[in-house]
Design a protein around this ligand. Structure first.
Ligand code: CTP
Length: 402
């Protein structure tokens, strides 16, 4: 993919020599590479070799007058289509996580409005250090993408995680990012709810259900792949965040609603969560005790908020609100009623009677109900249902914007 510009920040690490190879690979593929070499980076590679491979000037100094007059650091950070940090040292990660801007590299990272990909490289103890891991988690939460580090033998002779990803892997990650940036939902925001909710009865007991979250996680993944900035609000399931998806973990329906509200406004909202309709009216602070001779406790239930209905009536309202209907009989008829009752645009209706194996299973047979029609989809893997649904969403938003 040619004519794309990459701002490449080369940090000070032994892996910096691989960045020279990276520049070569990128230029062979037609990318323009604008390098920034940190002061520590110059200990490992020379500005001359970097500029020779990049075919242009290397920026090094925040306060260099000529650079500032030719191209301010703000402009430098924004003129590229993508920012890549390779090697991303523990120091560069820490600086960005903390918001420092005391040299050209950290200033460009803070000033950019473009996607940032980091390829960490450091000693394995530095990588495993609680501080680096905290910074790593923070940066991921802020939307920074990572490739590597890989396991392997380090320059210092130790073995473990910390080796910078190979140039080929970094190029592949860059190309995936560009695919996303050019995806049909690039520039759109999406919100997905998934999983069950857990409604406490006392500190150790709760009411919940068997939702696995699989369909919702697959949809969040497909939305992110299509380029949407995606937030997934998930009840308790044992799943990792899909790549490029911001994951907010919640337990109760009320927490799920407020997490969703914190994400608004969005262009698309998709509610796949199996929200518990009711919660115990009182969740006791202390564990309920069984008393000999006493009758079992009576649990009074209170209604939970309806998140799909709330999002369907939010102001500003998402351009498209999609609900799921889990039914065991009269699937389409009940789903039609549900669409009207909740005020959403589409309902994806599925049959969850136990013989279908949908709940917790790999596949799903769904019917897509829109304002004017019902589409019966064949039995599909949940990832394929997600992919098709996202393709339909992209088509619809495009048609509306046209
Ligand atoms: N939903 C929601 N908040 C709730 C209940 C449901 O956001 N408190 C959403 C689900 O995520 C799903 C849709 O509403 O997208 C339908 O959920 P379902 O459980 O099938 O329907 P109910 O509203 O519970 O209706 P019923 O129990 O009558 O089937």
């Amino acid at each position: 993919m040619g004519n794309r510009a990459i701002l490449l920040i080369i940090g000070g690490g032994i892996a910096a020599y691989k960045s020279l190879e990276l520049i070569r690979h990128l230029r062979q593929r037609g990318y323009a590479v604008q390098p920034i070499l940190t002061k520590a980076g110059t200990e490992f590679v020379t500005p001359l070799s970097v500029s020779a491979l990049a075919g242009g000037k290397v920026f090094q100094d925040l306060f260099s007058l000529s650079d500032e007059s030719e191209m301010g650091h703000i402009e430098l950070s924004r003129s590229a289509d993508l920012v890549v940090v390779a090697p991303a040292t523990a120091d560069l990660m820490a600086k960005l996580a903390a918001g420092h801007a005391n040299d050209l590299a950290s200033t460009a990272l803070l000033a950019t409005d473009k996607a940032v990909l980091m390829a960490p490289a450091m000693n394995l103890r530095m990588w495993n250090h609680a501080t680096t891991q905290r910074n790593f988690a923070l940066l991921q939460k802020d939307g920074i993408l990572f490739v590597g580090p890989n396991d392997g033998e380090m320059a210092c002779g130790e073995f473990g995680p910390g080796r910078m990803a190979e140039p080929g892997e970094i190029v592949a990650a860059i190309e995936r990012m560009f695919d996303t940036l050019a995806g049909p939902l690039a520039g759109k925001t999406a919100l997905v709810t998934a999983g069950p909710t857990r409604e406490p009865l006392d500190p150790v007991r709760f009411i919940s259900n068997r939702s696995s979250g699989k369909q919702g996680y697959a949809i969040a993944h497909a939305l992110a792949q299509a380029g949407a900035a995606t937030t997934l609000v998930s009840g308790p399931v044992e799943r990792d965040a899909p790549s490029r998806v911001k994951l907010l973990r919640v337990e109760t329906a009320r927490e799920m609603l407020s997490a969703c509200e914190s994400v608004l406004p969005v262009d698309v909202a998709i509610c796949t969560a199996a929200v518990a309709d009711w919660r115990p009216e009182i969740a006791t602070d202390q564990k309920l005790k069984r008393k000999k001779g006493s009758p079992p406790p009576v649990i009074t239930l209170a209604e939970n908020p309806d998140i799909l209905a709330a999002l369907s009536h939010a102001r500003p309202r998402p351009a498209l609100v999609v609900g799921f209907a889990a039914e065991t009989e009269n699937v389409v008829a009940y789903a039609r009623e549900k669409r009207a009752a909740k005020g959403c645009d589409w309902i994806v209706a599925n049959d969850v009677s136990t013989d279908t194996g949908t709940v917790g299973g790999e596949s799903n047979r769904v019917h897509l109900l829109t304002a004017d029609k019902v589409e019966d989809w064949p039995l599909l893997d949940k990832t394929e249902v997600a992919r098709r649904l996202v393709a339909r969403i992209a088509e619809t938003l495009k048609a509306r914007n046209a």
